[in-house]
Write a protein that binds this ligand. Sequence first.
Ligand code: OOB
Length: 528
Amino acid sequence: MPWPESFVRDYKTKGYWTDEVLGGLPMWLPGAEDREAVVTPGRTMTYGQLDRAADRLAAGLRALGIGAGDRVVVHLPNDVEMVVLCYALFRSGALPVFALPAHRSSEITHLVDTSQAVAYVCADQVLDCDYRLIAKEVLASTDGSLEHVLVAGDPGPYTALSDVDADPVDLPAPDAQDVALFLLSGGTSGPPKLIPRTHADYACQLRMTSRLCAFEADTRYLCALPLGHNFPLACPGVLGVLRLGGTAVLASEPTPESCFPLIESARVTVTSLVPSLVPLWLEAAEWAQDDLTSLKLLQVGGARLGPAAASQVPGRLGCTLQQVYGMAEGLLNFTRLDDPDSVVFHTQGCPLASADEVRVVREDGREAQPGEEGELYTRGPYTVRGYYQAAERNRSQFTEDGYFRTGDVVRRTATGYFEVVGRSNDVINRGGEKVPTQEVEEHLRADPGIAAVALIGLPDEDLGELSCACVVPKDPQQPPTLREVRAGLNDRGIASYKLPDRLVILPALPLTPVGKIDKRALKNQVHS
Ligand code: OOB
């Protein structure tokens, strides 16, 4: 879904879109060769090493026949291999499809099939999950595009990623208007949609967010959230910091136990979190011995951060807070580094670029006035015009003149800052992890003990929302238990954050006059 020609011209003339493509590193900086590019608890990689490793891997992929335009599903934890792979794929013109670490065979199969991926790159084992078993299930159930399984670590029956290696070859540079990567939608209610982001639009995002967040060559960014998510990847995140010669520090978990020692040892200056982690960090900062004084900026986004937690950040963590309200489809809103506390604590920021067009549309279709609630619509130089291979969804989620209907209910202040109030469609935001209700309901309906089901969000102090499965059992004498329902879903290979937190057994589900499940009534019923 390309941007119309007049927009292309406008974004180029105004300098939003340049010839910059992803995959470059600032090797022209003095001493670049030996600068620290990526730091993990066990390993440091310099810019020189990263640059060469990316070239060798790109050449190795090409030798396997993986090149320009091929889709590659990437399912790796936050580690050096993930960063090298990103640069190798950008350089080779192959397109990463970024899965999240929590995804399991069901989601990966869907991603492989939708993208017609030729390769799946995964870890060997992370905690208790053997990714090679996921590969096996995916190979058994996809429709046949997949030719390569590349494993970081012990490959088992597959190919070791470290063996994908060849002397660098000249590769044709991609065009800046070409798609560079696919992100996954968090905001749609069915299975994740693929979001095609171009080199030009993503480079624009990196440039503008870096400027807004004052990233420089001495910035040291801690990636605590999963690297394949837009927020830590590119807001400005890992790609932003590496574009400028700074250092990306990778944590395997976003917990204080794993991050605080890294902040001290790698002298981290900025990081990003989802709101559900903030109370843990605030509490841990009270007793932890680690020196956190290098930390200058904490970005929080992915779900709404309440003013009570927000206002404690500067005092307890000794850094500036920035609220980030963003989406993989594009639009990013930030509070500014010099905004007064009242704005930083109480709003989710305002758009990154003056070319970001935003509308707040009331239920009756009219434009909302400042302070009035409505759904946020947006279009702009880094907001997509459509999902990949999803014509029907595109008709409902984009307006004819190209605005993306975010599904977020917001209020806009007189100065143009947003407060996110909720969602108009059916996604549960469980601490920043988005639970697509339709997808989970479909899996639940396959349970022979379940006659009807609806998944709803319930308010929760820590996570913002919890998921609750409202189930009408086939046999009222033998209703399923929460444990059984979760085990059944787990067996179907879906990410664990999508398993319901609560189960309510009901004799029937309330219906709207047209016969749809009335989720609003259901929420009231379950809540009271
Ligand atoms: C980020 O991206 P996604 O694609 O996982 O989820 C987008 C949705 C938004 O439509 C909104 O419903 C919710 O997540 N959201 C927030 C929020 N930030 C995102 N809701 C309330 N307050 C916030 N600050 O989540 C994402 C992408 C880039 C940067 C930051 C977050």
